[in-house]
Structures are given as structure tokens and as C-alpha cells.
Write a protein that binds this ligand. Structure first.
Ligand SMILES: NC(=O)c1ccc[n+]([C@@H]2O[C@H](COP(=O)([O-])OP(=O)(O)OC[C@H]3O[C@@H](n4cnc5c(N)ncnc54)[C@H](OP(=O)(O)O)[C@@H]3O)[C@@H](O)[C@H]2O)c1
Length: 263
């Protein structure tokens, strides 16, 4: 199916994943309707307006998912909807893991609704998303990377995937009529100590890594086969981290983190 130059919608357009998705869609010739909660916050959308093709083919709308029907008038003429907005906060301090529950229930509800209404639904489940940031603020997973650099153990192991691959997989799924069901997007699974080591070498190679000789256990391994069947050629984790650290440094987040750490 040739969807180029057609109209698509991206919810939560100013977010980490969505910003890359909007960028890729514009580069591929799509006209994009992006939704944000507050168009008055110029700082949140400036990076979207500066994207190549944005002046001609990006339209921004206000929509809050908590308000029922808020998307109806925006998506009615779109050939595709990329639903990346998440009204649930990712919090590891929450022992009941509401985030995981909310995401699972949302997926189940979407699958049921799509089946009942003849909608062609494809689900993308990325692992821990890393890679360069387009947006000016930190999202939850970038926050976690700063915490890991600082030595905080977020999880025993991590399943990393590059944000650019997550965006590409979404577009590939729209363009491939055989795309179906759920895609798990993971490039590399590493234990916490290996992640610390890779990050330390990038951020502060001269500093002694306290976990140099410590190894952990990998609990999860994920097959890449289904995602690769879309045509996805995963960016290696080391490249994702290198590019991510570069943007974190460029946007002054590493600097802020270091200052805080010294207080
Ligand atoms: N990052 C990861 O490691 C990761 C891993 C697996 C899955 N995911 C999922 O991927 C999606 C994108 O994640 P991300 O890392 O790009 O997150 P993000 O940067 O925080 O973006 C999430 C977006 O959701 C919007 N949003 C929040 N509440 C909303 C509401 N009530 N109505 C409308 N929009 C709302 C936010 O808009 P505002 O700008 O208005 O706040 C924000 O732009 C999420 O569904 C997340 O759960 C992410």
C-alpha cells in the first residue's frame, strides 16, 4: 500500500518516541496531524515545527486522552493513527506497577475494539527506549539512563532498543499490509552491570567503574525475527548509547546531573 502523501495522526507528538516518528513521517512525505495537550507551551512544540517538511505538512492540534472523544474530529480523515501518547506515568517507586497494568489493559482494550470495529491494528511493544532526544525535556527512559549512570539499579536487566528503530518500525508496519499482531522491539538485552559499564565508558572513561568485575544474570532474551520481517535492521545498542549521551551532553542534562551529584 502506498501511503505516501496521505494523512496520518500521531498522538502525544511532542514525546520522545513520537517526535522521531513525526520526523520520519515528514521525511517520507506524509502529512501529519500531531496532537499535544497544550499548544500554548511553545517550548514543547518548537522542535516539531523546526523539522524538515513541518511548515508544509505538519498540523498540530490539542487533545487530552482523558477527555472521551477528544481525538474523534482529528482522526476522522486519517489513513493511519500512531497512538504513542501515554496518560500513565512510568514509575518504579510504585510497588503495584500501575504502569505495566495500564499498558496491558490499554493493549487488550485496543485489540478488542479493533476486532469489533474492523480496524487493522498493529501493536508495537518496545523495550527500554534509548538513543538521541529531539525533544527539549527528559522523558522517563532518559531519566532512568541518568539514574543508571549515577549507579541506581532500575531493573536487574534491560532490553534496549533505539528510538529511531521504534519510529521506523511504526512506519514500516503502516506500509506493510502483511504486518499483524504484536511486535516486540528489542535490540540487546544486558544486565544492569554491563549497562553501567557501557555508560561509564562513554560518560567518564577515566573514572573507575565500581562494577567492572561484577556480572549479573540475564532473565529475558527477545527474538528479533518478527521485527526484522518488517525490514527493520536494528541499530546496535552501543551506537544508540553513544548518540544518546551526545544529545544529553549537548542539551546540558549530563552537566546538570553532575552538578547535582556533587551537591
Ligand atoms: N520510553 C520507553 O522506554 C518506552 C518503553 C516502552 C513503551 N513506551 C511507550 O511509548 C510511548 C511513548 O513513550 P515516550 O518515552 O516517548 O514518552 P514521553 O516522551 O513521555 O511521551 C508521552 C506523551 O504522552 C503525552 N500524554 C501524557 N498524558 C496525556 C494525556 N492525558 N493526553 C494526551 N497526551 C498525553 C505527553 O504529552 P505532554 O507533552 O502533553 O505531557 C507526552 O508527549 C508511551 O505510550 C510509553 O508508555 C515507552
Amino acid at each position: 500500500m502506498d501511503c505516501r502523501s496521505r494523512l496520518v495522526c500521531v498522538t502525544g507528538a511532542s514525546g520522545y518516541v513520537a517526535s522521531w516518528l513525526v520526523k520520519l513521517l515528514l521525511l517520507n512525505g506524509y502529512t501529519v496531524k500531531g496532537t499535544v495537550r497544550d499548544l500554548g507551551k511553545a517550548g514543547k512544540v518548537a522542535h516539531l515545527k523546526a523539522l524538515e517538511g513541518a511548515q508544509e505538512r505538519l498540523q498540530l492540534f490539542e487533545a487530552d486522552l482523558i477527555e472521551e472523544g477528544s481525538l474523534d474530529s482529528i482522526i476522522h480523515d486519517c489513513v493511519g493513527l500512531f497512538h504513542t501518547a501515554s496518560p500513565v506515568l512510568y514509575s518504579i517507586s510504585d510497588p503495584q506497577q500501575w504502569y505495566w497494568l495500564a499498558k496491558t489493559l490499554a493493549e487488550q482494550t485496543a485489540v478488542k475494539y479493533a476486532a469489533q470495529n474492523g480496524i487493522d491494528l498493529v501493536v508495537m511493544n518496545p523495550g527500554f527506549v534509548i538513543g538521541p532526544l529531539l525533544q527539549p525535556t527528559l522523558n522517563a527512559s532518559s531519566h532512568f539512563i541518568l539514574d543508571i549512570i549515577k549507579g541506581k539499579k532500575i531493573f536487574p536487566d534491560y532490553q534496549f532498543v533505539d528510538v529511531r528503530d521504534v519510529a521506523s518500525a511504526h512506519v514500516m508496519a503502516l506500509e506493510d499490509s502483511s504486518a499483524n499482531g504484536r511486535y516486540i522491539l528489542v535490540e540487546s538485552s544486558v544486565d544492569h552491570y554491563e549497562a553501567v559499564q557501557i555508560l561509564h565508558e562513554l560518560v567518564n572513561p577515566s573514572h573507575n567503574n565500581p562494577y567492572q568485575n561484577v556480572t549479573g544474570n540475564l532473565t529475558v532474551k527477545v527474538s528479533k525475527k518478527k521485527a526484522e520481517s518488517l525490514g527493520l535492521n536494528f541499530i546496535p545498542m552501543e551506537v544508540s548509547f553513544k548518540d544518546m549521551i551526545e544529545t544529553l551532553r549537548h542539551k546540558n542534562f549530563l552537566h546538570i546531573w553532575k552538578r547535582r551529584d556533587q551537591c
